[in-house]
Design a protein around this ligand. Sequence first.
Ligand code: HEM
Length: 300
Amino acid sequence: MENNDNSLAETAIESIEALMGKHPGYRRAHAKGSYYEAIFTPNGQAAAYTTAAHLQQKAVKAVVRFSDSSPNPKMIDGLSPVKGMSVEFHLPAGEVTYLVGVTVPVFLTKTPEAFVEMLRLAAEKPGPRDLVKMLIKYPESKAAFRIIKNTKPFLSYSTSCYYPIHAFYFVNKEGKRQAVKYKWVPDETFSLEAKKEAAIHTMDYLEKELDEQLPVGFTLYVTLGEEGDPVDDSTASWPEERTTFAAGHLKIRQKIQQPNDQVIFDPTIVPRGIECSADPVLHARPNIYAASFKRRKMGL
Ligand code: HEM
């Protein structure tokens, strides 16, 4: 099983390189990014559902990395539609946990294998017929494609929502499990006029804009899943009317000038009180990220 996972991880990385080129020393996705110091203050609302230390009453320190999703570190900010927000929460006794979100609420495929197949097809410069065939084979990809296609030029890291996509389980003191999804909602939003302007900005405008805005904030919302809501499928959303509540607030205070970049934002590292769902895309990520990390650490 582990060998299969490792070979899937290697194939995934090779497929990304075939499509987007090799950029030695950089992450094989989300290559361009910057780090910030932050404080997460929970409001206690999630404590009924989970014993996780960062979701009780006490504030914890956090490190945040904002990124452009492209594997190309020289990608022009305005040209890549999906951005990332990775949060490393520092829990008591040196423990950490991660929430790794992007600006779209659903993923492209139900399985990592299907995603790798898509990367391969894209690298072969497909014609319209190949794309239609792909969508017939993987109809679940339509939702993410539609959202990405309608994405407006991105003006600011600090004014977008970010979605960690996968479902997780909260586990409370009584051992009761509750399926949840998360969403980061920014303190400030921006105008349509401002969005239009995004297209004419310089290559690295996002990092500069964020640095000028600091401090900025996000509220962490938790949505409670109900019987029948898909928990193991990254391509599927939950109904709008599900109970959603704010669980805490993240204040991003200052830039980290010399960050420790030897970090893997691994979304499967969860503390006591939270469990991973069985989503196969979620479980493929640690090996894929480790394969990317190994290469970038070696300068490959
Ligand atoms: C099979 C599917 C996926 C593949 C092949 C993939 C691939 C990668 C790779 C190679 C990296 C670089 C890791 C490193 O060097 O540390 C990465 C980072 C990242 N991925 Fe994924 N990913 C997948 C699914 C997802 C999903 C579902 C999300 C959204 C929830 C996501 C969000 C991110 C973000 C935000 C980063 C940047 C982390 C950082 O700041 O270091 N990825 N991904």
